[in-house]
Design a binder for this molecule. Structure first.
Ligand code: HEC
Ligand code: HEC
Ligand code: HEC
Ligand code: HEC
Ligand code: HEC
Length: 408
């Protein structure tokens, strides 16, 4: 009886062993490694490390096994044309040696994983999916404070930052302490767990990048019901988001998405970062109006009032045409002091068009002493100048030109 049990148990162990070996041989990474080795001649195979490869980067708290499959990433002489056997493009691994940087600090993904989808973080529970294609520019800002030095490598990121300034996002949002608090603080937008976002109306993948991108193209489709939590009970009825639809092109939406993904609270050891040098002040402007235009842009007035103060952004149930007002005509109703007072105090809530409907979601924020006295003076000059610059003025009436005498 004992003997029978022993034989049965042994047989069972052998089966388990075979299963384990079989599983290992079909692990995704072993399949890739074998495929790669097959492509090499005997000399090339010699000295090539096998098994799971890992780069441990203690100061960054990362263990990256990407090179288990990306076997030739730092061996251009062996690389093939297909993934995961290509060599790294550009000089990135020279500037950032793998043993000091690993891979995930730039690429995202899940360092420890050894299967393709989990390693690329393209599974539901992993917050940082691989930054594919040009989205990878989102990672540079966490170390490089000075974009000027890496300008050539981050065209989309730069475009995103410029758009953020030009369109006046700072009129509603704050990034790292600068901007208004009319809406969500974006300082760590790039870290936001995608599970916190509502994907009901998103058409593409359920990733943070996709949500942000679609929201830029059509904010009111992605957020058709925005609940203003700070409003009193009964007033918090939902309007579609008042984040403007800026009419962005695909490129512009992607550039802003890259900038948003770059915003992170992650703080890295000093030896990995290149601190920001103070921004060079733009060359002085000749006139108060020009300086004022820069103030208008800096604080994001355009986010609500449109570029050049032309208005047209939605503000549900606001008296003035359910829009944020155009500023072109302020010259007619305000003098310098009134304007300064209004900008300092703001106006909240704004008068309603239909008193029975809930309050308009957007308002004129109080700028208090966020603006210096000189900035305020210049800003006011700019606002007062809008009438002449934006409204087509009647052409000066001139004498009808004498008909040129015709040669007889
Ligand atoms: C199990 C094998 C495996 C592991 C581990 C792995 N990869 Fe990959 N990788 C692949 C394969 C296969 C492809 C090509 C298919 C694809 O793009 O998903 C690829 C493609 C890529 C690409 C190109 C994407 C593109 O859009 O062209 C990048 C970048 C990348 N991997 C980075 C990483 C990083 C970073 C890690 C570590 C966190 C990693 N990979 C770990 C197998 C792997
Ligand atoms: C300093 C940031 C940085 C680090 C560190 C880094 N990469 Fe990259 N990687 C990039 C950039 C940027 C690109 C895109 C370059 C381009 O398209 O010109 C890229 C491209 C790639 C691609 C090719 C994608 C394609 O479309 O062909 C693969 C694969 C890849 N990296 C894998 C790795 C692996 C594996 C590591 C770790 C050994 C690593 N990278 C480390 C920045 C980095
Ligand atoms: C984890 C931090 C980190 C990340 C992320 C990072 N870098 Fe770097 N990078 C560095 C450090 C540190 C240096 C070395 C700077 C030095 O020696 O002055 C460097 C050097 C460079 C250089 C060489 C600069 C020179 O003057 O020689 C370039 C170009 C560069 N990085 C581009 C990029 C790009 C593009 C990205 C995003 C895809 C990126 N880096 C992401 C930390 C980082
Ligand atoms: C008139 C005010 C206003 C302006 C200007 C504005 N936004 Fe928004 N934004 C909002 C509101 C309100 C929300 C929240 C409701 C929603 O999801 O649309 C929001 C949401 C967002 C979100 C999603 C945040 C999250 O965590 O859910 C991002 C990202 C964003 N805005 C970026 C921008 C950028 C970039 C700009 C400039 C191009 C901009 N916004 C301009 C009002 C504004
Ligand atoms: C979050 C949106 C928002 C931002 C940002 C904003 N405003 Fe306003 N602003 C409004 C709204 C809404 C009104 C309309 C108030 C009302 O209905 O009485 C308004 C009214 C005004 C008016 C009075 C217009 C009139 O015809 O009575 C001026 C002037 C003005 N804003 C200037 C500015 C300046 C300058 C900035 C930048 C420093 C700025 N606003 C930023 C929303 C905004």
């Amino acid at each position: 009886m004992k003997r029978v049990a022993f034989v049965a148990l042994s047989a069972w162990l052998v089966v388990l062993f075979l299963i384990a070996v079989g599983l290992d041989a079909t692990q995704e990474w072993t399949v890739y490694q074998r495929r790669f080795v097959k492509s090499l001649n005997r000399d090339e195979r010699r000295g090539l490390p096998g098994g799971i490869q890992q780069i441990q980067v203690k100061p960054l708290g990362r263990v990256d096994r990407c090179t288990t499959c990306h076997v030739a990433i730092d061996k251009p002489q062996l690389a093939l044309a297909e993934q995961p056997f290509t060599a790294h493009p550009g000089d990135y691994l020279t500037w950032h040696p793998p043993e000091q940087f690993g891979c995930t600090v730039c690429h995202g993904g899940q360092g420890l994983a050894t299967q393709v989808r989990p390693a690329h973080g393209e599974i539901t529970h992993w917050e940082q999916p691989l930054l594919r294609g040009p989205l990878i520019q989102a990672s540079c800002l966490k170390c490089h404070g000075n974009l000027e030095e890496i300008n050539a490598h981050v065209p989309l990121l730069r475009q995103g930052i410029q758009l953020y300034d030009r369109l006046g996002c700072a009129g509603c949002h704050t990034v790292h302490g600068f901007g208004q608090t009319v809406s969500i603080d974006l300082s760590d937008m790039g870290d936001k767990p995608w599970q916190l976002l509502d994907f009901t109306f998103v058409e593409g993948d359920h990733t943070l990048a996709q949500w942000i991108d679609e929201h830029f193209r059509e904010p009111r489709r992605v957020t058709p019901g925005y609940r203003m939590t700070e409003l009193p009970p009964g007033e918090e009825e939902i309007y579609p988001t008042f984040m403007p639809n800026f009419g962005l092109t695909d490129d512009q939406a992607r550039a802003l998405t890259v900038y948003m993904l770059s915003l992170t609270a992650e703080s890295l050891p000093a030896k990995y970062t290149i601190p920001q040098t103070p921004r060079v002040q733009p060359a002085g402007y000749a006139t108060a109006v020009e300086r004022g235009r820069a103030v208008f842009q800096k604080y994001g007035c355009a986010g609500c009032h449109g570029e050049g103060g032309l208005g047209g952004r939605k503000n549900w149930n606001a008296q003035l045409g359910e829009e944020e007002p155009s500023l072109v005509y302020v010259k007619m109703t305000y003098d310098r002091d009134n304007l300064k007072q209004l900008i300092r105090d703001g106006r909240q809530p704004v008068p309603r068009r239909d008193p029975a409907r809930p309050r308009a979601p957007s308002y004129m924020p109080a700028w208090k002493d966020r603006l210096s006295e000189t900035e305020l003076d210049d800003l006011v000059e700019y606002l007062l100048s809008l009438y002449e610059s934006q409204v087509p003025q009647p052409a000066p009436v001139s004498e009808p030109a004498e008909a040129a005498p015709t040669e007889g």
